[in-house]
Structure formats: C-alpha cells, structure tokens
Design a protein around this ligand. Structure first.
Ligand code: TYD
Length: 206
C-alpha cells in the first residue's frame, strides 16, 4: 500500500482554498489514492463545536490569547481523531487551513508570538506538520471581488476584521512560507480554477 501524505492549503479569505481542495481530492482519487478532505477550524464533532464558538461567538467574543487556545484545542482533536488515523491507514489528508493559519491570523494579525503558537501546537498536536503546505496567493483587488460575490456583505467574526488586519495576515503568510521553502509551495491563485489546480498538482508533485 502506498503511503498517504498530509497536505494543507493555506491563504487569506476568498483565495479559493476549498475549491482547490476538492479538485485536488478528485485528481488524487482518480489516481487510485485514498483521500480524506477536511477543514479547520473543524473536521471532527468536537472541533466543529469549537468552530461555532470561534466564528459566531456569544457576547463580546474572545481575546487573542483565548482565541489562539481554542484554535489549538480544535486542532488537537482534529489531529488526534481524524488526521493521524487517516495517515496511519495510508490515506492522503487534504486540509483547508491548518497551523499556519494560526501563525498568520493570531500571530501576524493579532500580534501573538510565533514561538508561543508553535509551543501550543507542540502541546496540542505533538507538533505535527504537513508534508507540504500550499499557500494560495491572490491580489487583494481580486480577493475583494470574489468575496463580494461569495459573502454578499456577510462574513464571520474573523473574516470581517478590517483591511489592515488582513494585510498583516497576508504578510505573515508570505514570511512564514519564505522561512520554510522545503515545506511550502507558494501558488498564484489568479485565473480559472482549472489553471490554479494544475499549479497545485505540480506543487504537490502528484
Ligand atoms: P472559514 O469560513 O473556513 O474561512 P475561509 O473560507 O476564508 O477559509 O473560516 C475560518 C476563519 O478562521 C478564517 O477567517 C480564518 C480563521 N482562522 C484563524 O484565525 N486561525 C486558525 O488557526 C484557523 C484554522 C482559522
């Protein structure tokens, strides 16, 4: 049996991650691989419950530290109950967001220390990293256009943060990717879904 691989798709809002996860899963299945697709925050019942608390919080919402702990807790459940078992079965795991979203949003966006976030990940999830992380990058004007169509003015608690926050997130993603070129592939997300898919396939090396 061939070994599965763990692939994460990352990037800001509206860059097309979920479409690319779907297209990549179809392509891998057509090659005979077992594939599990998932997302963060979420992927297991416990992590989906935390997702609801994070993205649609009651009352005043969460401060950055509580938010980072909740994302790490959701990830711990996701890794334990879904990701590690699927990899152990030899399947591919494709996740729409993972650890680097915490580093970009709670780190770059909200100002938490990257080393602290990596420590939370070590405590929660044994530090499990993807074999490959695809960072989808798209010009902010094109993101704005896509989000206007997708969200029609309604975005979640984090997606709705201001332009400066999202600019810091994008900058952090670029910095994190540049610091680890062996794990990351940066893929230009402009153009048709099929054109982006071809770049993603090449980046995965499948
Ligand atoms: P989602 O609806 O999945 O957003 P998108 O479709 O843009 O991927 O919502 C996830 C939101 O949570 C998104 O705004 C990014 C944010 N997030 C973090 O801030 N930290 C994290 O660790 C993760 C996984 C997501």
């Amino acid at each position: 049996m061939s070994m599965g691989r763990f692939i994460a798709l990352e990037g800001g809002e509206g860059v097309g991650k979920s479409t690319q996860v779907r297209l990549l899963a179809d392509a891998l299945r057509a090659r005979g691989h077992g594939v599990v697709t998932t997302r963060e925050p979420g992927g297991t019942p416990g992590a989906e419950a935390i997702r609801a608390m994070l993205l649609d919080p009651a009352g005043e919402g969460w401060g950055p530290r509580a938010e980072a702990l909740l994302f790490a807790a959701a990830r711990a459940d996701h890794v334990d109950r879904l990701i590690r078992p699927a990899l152990a079965r030899g399947e591919w795991v494709l996740t729409d967001r993972y650890l680097d979203s915490s580093r970009a949003y709670q780190g770059g966006g909200s100002g938490l220390d990257d080393t602290d976030l990596l420590t939370l990940h070590r405590i929660g999830s044994g530090g499990l990293l993807p074999d490959r992380t695809i960072l989808l990058e798209l010009h902010p004007d094109e993101v704005a256009q896509r989000l206007a169509v997708r969200d029609r003015g309604v975005s979640d608690r984090i997606g709705g943060r201001d332009v400066a926050y999202h600019a810091r997130v994008a900058m952090a993603f670029r910095r994190i990717a540049a610091a680890d070129p062996a794990r990351f592939a940066v893929v230009e997300a402009g153009g048709s879904p099929d054109a982006v898919h071809a770049r993603v396939l090449a980046a995965v090396g499948a």
